[in-house]
Design a protein around this ligand. Structure first.
Ligand code: ADP
Ligand code: MG
Length: 597
């Protein structure tokens, strides 16, 4: 908010000015009425300005001047003058009102922009575990439709919140000055109206929350469908997904109906209550005047009523604003759960300074669980610099989980992960992760050019370095065959490339980053034999002079590893070189026999 103080100040200033101008323009009604109805009987005489009764003497002199003017120029001329005055005053009033909103707009849009930015920064920062618990569509809904809702309901009400209280307070002051008795009487009536309004507003937030949740579910399904359209078509599931969507869509409509109907109540209710209050004031005030002996004369009473009516309007808007803020608060809360989500990955205040990897990686008695079930149990593993360690085991045995602990995608619950004797928890995350390169089963690419995908995350790479990495990764040739070479856009997630090409790009990326530690998680398992050979060749270049943890689907690729660890249900059950494990005739032998190479 700090940056927006200037706008708030200007908005405040112009709102006050606008209110004052409107009071003046209304005040012109009094002499106009007096002239029209020929009410004025008192003869005014010029008074010198009296500082103790400034308003009284100014009013007196204005009236005196006007009587002079009427006497000299006649009633019609005076009316015309007053009319012109009214126009000018109104021009000032509306002009300053415009300026007030002019300065509130950057505040509105700024707050919404900041909100989006904060949300994005938060999701980039949050650890991976958060995204297993929340659906993607739901997060997208919070970032888009909830932010829009906040803009529409809360930010659009901000203007009313700054303007209307100013108007109401100033107007009320004038009312008190005109007739404190009548005004006190009004003050007794108003709270009743307020309570009634409040009852309806309460349920609005709950309903709005439901609407936004359903919106999130809807977006989740859209997101899933877009991702899985191929399967939807292959399984003839168009009807069933459409039907499911239709049901959700209808539910959303129903909730929206009931929410908006309630929201719409704000206006008619306040209008009705406002008019009822005016009627009461009219009768009561009229009685006072008809009885006579009051300080309030008829034209002043009309002025009173006009101002009173001018309070009703901002008060009405204020209640509308309050309703819509209730509505927006539901979205605000949903946004807040993301913003406040705590990142279980604690960063140490004074991280151990980064030193080049020189000795060994060590998993010391590591146990890990995602939720209740232990996925890794008492893992002890030492990987010396320059060695290649292979992890094998059935799907679900915990291989990927084990390697995710090294870059701290997750933190261990028991034991410790050490690099050169330093606990990974004591390092700065960025330092830790610059030392590692990942190549996974799914090459993760972005909708951008080939060159930008290779340099992703590496700053200031030269074109030469990019080409060099691509050559080592066996990617240069196919890149040159594409339309624009390194400037070819590869489409969403790289869909315009084959699986093998995608994988070689992600290898080129790892080569460019040139990390001392390499993690290969089933890097070739999604490929056909032909491209596997190319990728395998690229990987071997990549692994040269590096410390590598390789998870392989096809055991033929890890024969030469310095140590092979067989994982079973989260435990290392066998370890050794290929020949030793074959000789052991245990699980590894069985896995090999199944693949019969
Ligand atoms: P592998 O890579 O050996 O196939 P994983 O390490 O991916 O096995 O998974 C090990 C176990 O952890 C499996 O039982 C899997 O269901 C579970 N698991 C993996 N990721 C998550 C997650 N994000 N949340 C909860 N459980 C998970
Ligand atoms: Mg895996």
């Amino acid at each position: 908010m700090g940056n927006y103080k200037r706008y708030v100040g200007l908005n405040f200033l112009f709102n006050i000015l606008s209110t004052i101008f409107s009071l003046f323009s209304f005040a012109l009604i009094i002499p106009i009425l007096n002239i029209l109805f020929k009410i004025e009987q008192v003869q005014y005489a010029y008074q010198p300005v009296d500082w103790n009764d400034l308003a009284g003497s100014l009013k007196n002199n204005a009236y005196w001047w006007m009587q002079q003017f009427i006497a000299d120029n006649g009633g019609v001329m005076t009316l015309a003058l007053l009319g012109a005055f009214l126009v000018v005053m109104t021009m000032f009033k509306t002009g300053t009102a415009y300026l007030a909103s002019y300065y509130i707009i950057p505040l509105r849009s700024g707050v919404v922009r900041d909100l989006r930015q904060k949300l994005y920064e938060k999701i980039v920062d949050l650890n991976l575990g958060f995204f297993h618990k929340h659906k993607k569509g739901d997060i997208i809904a919070r970032m888009t439709s909830d932010v829009n809702e906040v803009e529409a309901s809360i930010m659009s009400s901000i203007e009313m919140l700054t303007k209307n209280p100013i108007m109401i307070i100033i107007y009320f002051g004038v009312l008190l000055w005109l007739s404190w008795k009548l005004t006190l009487f009004v003050l007794v009536v108003l709270p009743f109206a307020g309570t009634l309004m409040g009852k309806v507003g309460k349920s609005l937030k709950r309903k709005s929350q439901k609407v936004q949740t359903q919106m999130g579910q809807l977006l989740s399904q859209i997101e899933e469908t877009l991702g899985g359209l191929r399967v939807v078509k292959a399984f003839n599931a168009e009807d069933s997904v459409t039907h499911r969507f239709e049901e959700m869509n209808n539910d959303l409509r129903k909730t929206t109906n009931s929410m908006q109907r309630r929201n719409m109540l704000a206006h008619p209710m306040s209008e009705f209550l406002g008019t009822a209050t005016i009627a009461i004031v009219l009768v009561f005030g009229g009685m006072v005047i008809l009885e006579g002996g009051s300080s309030l004369d008829a034209s002043a009473f009309i002025y009173y009523l006009i101002i009173f009516y001018s309070i009703i309007n901002p008060a009405k808007d204020l209640s509308k604003a309050w309703y819509s803020i209730e509505k927006g608060r539901a979205s605000m809360e949903r946004i807040d759960t993301v913003l406040q989500a705590n990142n279980p990955l604690k960063v140490v205040e004074n991280p151990v300074p980064l030193k080049p990897f020189s000795d060994k990686i060590e998993f010391r008695n590591v146990s890990f669980k995602y939720e209740d079930q232990w996925v890794l149990k008492h893992i002890n593993l030492t990987i010396e610099k320059g060695k290649t360690i292979a992890l094998v085991g059935q799907s679900g045995s915990g291989k990927s989980t084990l390697v995710d602990l090294l870059p701290r995608f997750y933190d261990v619950q028991e034991g410790e992960v050490l690099i050169d004797g330093v606990n990974v928890k004591d390092m700065a995350l960025a330092d830790l992760r610059t030392q590692m390169g990942n190549v996974n089963q799914e090459a993760i690419l972005f909708n951008d050019t080939i060159a930008n995908n290779i340099t992703f995350g590496t700053k200031g790479a030269t074109l030469e370095a990019i080409e060099n990495s691509a050559k080592i990764a066996n990617a240069h040739n196919f890149i040159m065959e594409t339309e624009d070479g390194y400037n070819t856009n590869i489409g969403d997630r790289g869909e315009r490339l084959s699986g093998g090409q995608r994988q070689r790009l992600s290898i080129a990326r790892a080569i460019l980053k040139n990390p001392p530690i390499l993690i290969l998680d089933e890097a070739t398992s999604a490929l056909d034999t032909e491209s596997e050979k190319l990728v395998q060749g690229a990987l071997e270049h990549l692994m040269k002079n590096r410390t590598t943890i390789v998870i392989a689907h096809r055991l033929s690729t890890i024969r030469n590893a310095d140590e092979i660890c067989v994982l079973n249900e989260g435990e290392i059950v066998e370890r050794g070189k290929h020949e030793e494990l074959i000789a052991k005739n245990g699980i590894y032998k069985k896995l090999c026999d199944m693949q019969s190479f």
